[in-house]
Design a protein around this ligand. Sequence first.
Ligand SMILES: Cc1ncc(COP(=O)(O)O)c(C=O)c1O
Length: 408
Amino acid sequence: MSIAIPAEDPRHLPNRAVVDLGAITHNTRQIAGSLAEQTALMAVVKADAYGHGMLGAARAALAGGATWLGAAHPASALALSRAGIDVPIFTWLYDPRTARELLPAMISASIEISVGSRRMLELVSEAARESDLRARVHLKIDTGMGRGGALPEHVLELGVRTREDENLNLVATWTHLSSADALGEDTTDRQIDIFDSICEDLTEEVGPIALQHVANTAATLSRRDLHRDLVRTGIGLYGYAPVPTDLDLRPAMSLTSRIAMVKEVGAGQSVGYGRIHTAATATRLGLIPVGYADGLDRAASGAVSVLVRTRAGDQFAPQVGRISMDQIVVDLGPDSAAREEDEVIIFGAPDALDAPAAGAPEITGPRLDPPTAEDWARAAGTIPYEILTSLSVRVPREVRSPAAGDAA
Ligand SMILES: Cc1ncc(COP(=O)(O)O)c(C=O)c1O
């Protein structure tokens, strides 16, 4: 096996994805504090914790009151367990080949496993028998999402088989909501009606099942009645709310860069591939060395602003022209105080940038809140989830941990 070595020394790159673990702890605490009394919080840390770094994010969420962890891939679940994190870990997305290879290790590590088909049930049962252990199984019911999980007409049979199998311990039923963020629609209610009715039949058939879980962040924030025994929250922990909320959620990731060049141009100067932007008047353009190869969405071209931290204070600068592979151009305006090397927040949290170096001139002007992944998502016609998980390996991650006792 070969291990990739980064081709570029991160010290020589101006861009950073600054991850604030204190914000994840804070957000988890906010959400945990809003749950129904009997409800536990599963921190969803799939996709490298939505790009924030799985192990750090998992520990930060546990510090904020999460008591479960959830990861789509078994390999992530195993990595959490092997890192010595000793809480229930749930995983739900595996193919038969991966399952045959990883199930024995997963069952030995007490990882809780979703089952949504006869085939998966057999694989889990076989691996448990070979390991001489009982696997903890969560039965997944497809109530309308149409992805994984057993269709309603197959659930009873699957439930009976699971309960009768001495290698398996049926501990939960669960489903995933397709439209929990669509507050005006009745889709969620229809899914829940199906779920509740099947769970009732199942209980009659096989006896009580300890846990139910259905809610993602949107349902956690908007439907207390859906908290059940466990909520599976992801995006909220990272500071984004798919539905309106009174909770104080703070973006945990900031993408920062520095101005590489400032150029005074006259009216009529066009910018970038395809010349989709032309300066209407004389202005100052700022070149920022971050582009779609770093994870910016090219579809957002010309529709977002960045925050530039100049000596005279913060200013917004609209991004102009097409987003290129390695760079973007922003219109600083004719009177901007921005200079080369000034720091830029592409999206994120107000305190993302470094404290000024010793001897650096003091910033005297106003401080502004930077754009967010939500702003980028709106501009690109996507969702903050995709903005956060799209940052490429080319962007060095800089993880900030709160000082002890500091993560209130
Ligand atoms: C099965 C499952 N549960 C929970 C979540 C968390 O969703 P959210 O990030 O919207 O809270 C996801 C993420 O998409 C998921 O796939």
